[in-house]
Design a protein around this ligand. Sequence first.
Ligand code: 6MZ
Length: 362
Amino acid sequence: MEWCRELPKIELHAHLNGSVRDSTLLELAKDLGEKGVIAFADVVHVIMKNGRSLPECFKLFDLYHLLTTDHQTVTRITKEVIEDFAAENVVYLELRTTPKKNEAKGMTKCSYMKAVIDGIRAVDTVDVDFDTSGTSDVNCSEATPLNCIGSPINRKKIYVRLLLSIDRRETTAAAMETVNLAIDLKNFGVVGIDLSGNPVIGEWQTFLPALKHAKELGLPITLHCGEVPNHKEIQAMLDICPQRIGHACFLVEEEWKRVKFLKIPVEICLTSNIRTERFSSIYDHFFADLYKANHQVALCTDDSGLFSTTLSNEFYLAASTFGLNKNEMFLLARSAIQSTFADEEVKHELTKIFEDAENRLI
Ligand code: 6MZ
């Protein structure tokens, strides 16, 4: 486990609100309890519970959003989540979050994202590289592009990029707004679009126009695909050739053939899949099949807070379950560079980080 923590790692599938520390959630819940907004005693055991079914997870997200969705708290959790990933030696984090509108709090999707960006700027325990190449205006705010922070020797450094999530509960217009926002924030570290949310809610046709729009504008997309056995939707998802897919728990042989033929990298969230009972045993997970077939995969946490895991733990779990040695683990971690939505310069920097770590670790 110590070696897994030392290993530089790339996280490609992490939801902001699912990655919040339990201690922060409890503190926020206590606060809202004192204000009479929620009954603290009713939510404590919900936050601390370990095993959760998939429907329970989505109920819990509604509670999380109640606790976290004001600008100040969004900034706080973003900062903490980045610091937590950096502490695990995650060197590149593609953090995804759903821009939210909340009239009562004066929040628009754009001001929500500004709060996220403020959280990235607020990180002070590690150096953050946050892509800020341009000077284009962000319509909703006075946000100025961020600059890479200088990197004094011996400080940890983490590259942070953002994916904007479309929630499956949203309308076509709301999904379109998210894609347009992602384009506006391209110079603020946004590198792609995700489709997520409760997999039994929403119709593919609702999201398709926004996803097509993203593709036309050259914005990479990753889809939660096959989290439930909806084969019509899985096929429609593969038809648009997403740059990556996540979960992929219920794909059947023909669908896997297409994923392999199209060389679509797969984000694998072992703990999440087991906790939500997508597989009855971890030994039934498709990881081993893709790994043996040399297909591009990336181990990910999904919701490190919700599922009490870390990316180091996911590597340890994969190694101990599927018998990977240190060299294989190192190559697995490094190979995720290819699947990032980062530009070539960042990929080159990441390659150097792994080269430097190789002598030390192998
Ligand atoms: C599908 C998930 C998910 O966006 O508010 N989310 N969607 N499957 C999962 N597997 C368990 N885990 C998280 O983060 C929380 C949101 O991410 C999506 C859900 O839409 C959830 O509300 P943000 O930061």
